[in-house]
Design a protein around this ligand. Sequence first.
Ligand SMILES: *Cc1c(COP(=O)(O)O)cnc(C)c1O
Length: 409
Amino acid sequence: MTRDDCLALDLDDPFARKRDFFALPDGLIYLDGNSLGALPKGVAARVGRAVEEEWGADLITSWNKHGWFTLPGRLGDRIGSLIGAQPGTVVVADTISVNLFKLVAAALQLRPGRRVILSDTGNFPTDLYIAEGVLGMTGGHELKLVAPEAVEAAIDETVALVMLTEVDYATGRRHDMKSITAKAHAAGALMLWDLAHSAGAIPVDLVGADADFAVGCTYKYLNGGPGAPAFLYVRKDLQDAIVSPLSGWWGHAKPFAFSTGYQPAIGITRQQCGTQAMLSMIALDAALDAYNGVCMQSLYAKGQALARVFIDEVERRCSSYSLELAGPRDPARRGSQVSFRCPEGYAVMQALIAHGVVGDFRAPDKIRFGLTPLYTRFVDAFDAAVIIERVMAERLWDDPRFKARSAVT
Ligand SMILES: *Cc1c(COP(=O)(O)O)cnc(C)c1O
């Protein structure tokens, strides 16, 4: 593969025009859209209008006049169309952590008599921390962690809920949603999927997989901005069987009746809790326009092709340095990000950032690159590999200024 081959692939790329949708700084190779998606150009003007015209001029009438109150559900439907969920089964609200709390608690209520929440050791820590928090309140339950490859075999009749992240945040390894969900159901357990590294990156079919619950965030591949609200999915026939433990007024059947007792709304609305950050919701609404007309299968195919170029080039150029692919080589078993194990990973990533390639570092030893297919070009993957080679060959990372750790890595 030459740089010219990559330029030719970019000319053929059906998503090439999508890059214009984003405000990416010139000269920067941004491979961290799996952690904070790039800024879609339309967001600033849309949020500016919301601030000046909606908040500034129309003030409180905007809850009705500009549809603020119904925005969480409408955004849920927009995201639902990207993850194989029917209208009315996804709502945008809160954070992944908060949404997990609601759904883990609900799942345990639906399976009284079963003691175990099953997850894997590769799950994102907050998912496990939240499960621990729920267990601390219920008493008598247990969080069981097994290796990712051992999950299916560990599902038995003691399990109330199988809780997994489809695409591993650190390595990109992808679980088989359909097969694990079927196994959970066969054992009478419920299934919750975290789609943080799936939504907007790879095709997801929640209905096809028969998932019970799902959560995900919107600031990664969906480009909603820092701290953008998360989403949650509840299968249609379970929606009215569960009640949120965070039984706030936005999930009440009649929030503006101001009655003293809690009565949950019908459907997914009952998973809302309290007043949402409207400016963030509006930013997300504008950001999701980037996905208009996008076929997730084709986008996935581009992501896999990008990863192939990137892995091949890095491995070809860096075979004599300690850099080793983490996670599966088989594209079918990987999401849209690539990580390498690297003993001096933190310093290497800081040096890469100083040389114009932005990825991130995940302890203890992984440098991680998100190949967001909507705006990453083949030539970016190629040029990034060239710079990685230079940083390794010239030991540019071996510099005290790249070794002092910041709070966010
Ligand atoms: C990014 C991420 C989160 C983040 O959770 P928040 O509560 O939204 O901060 C949770 N789970 C996974 C798997 C993630 O990748």
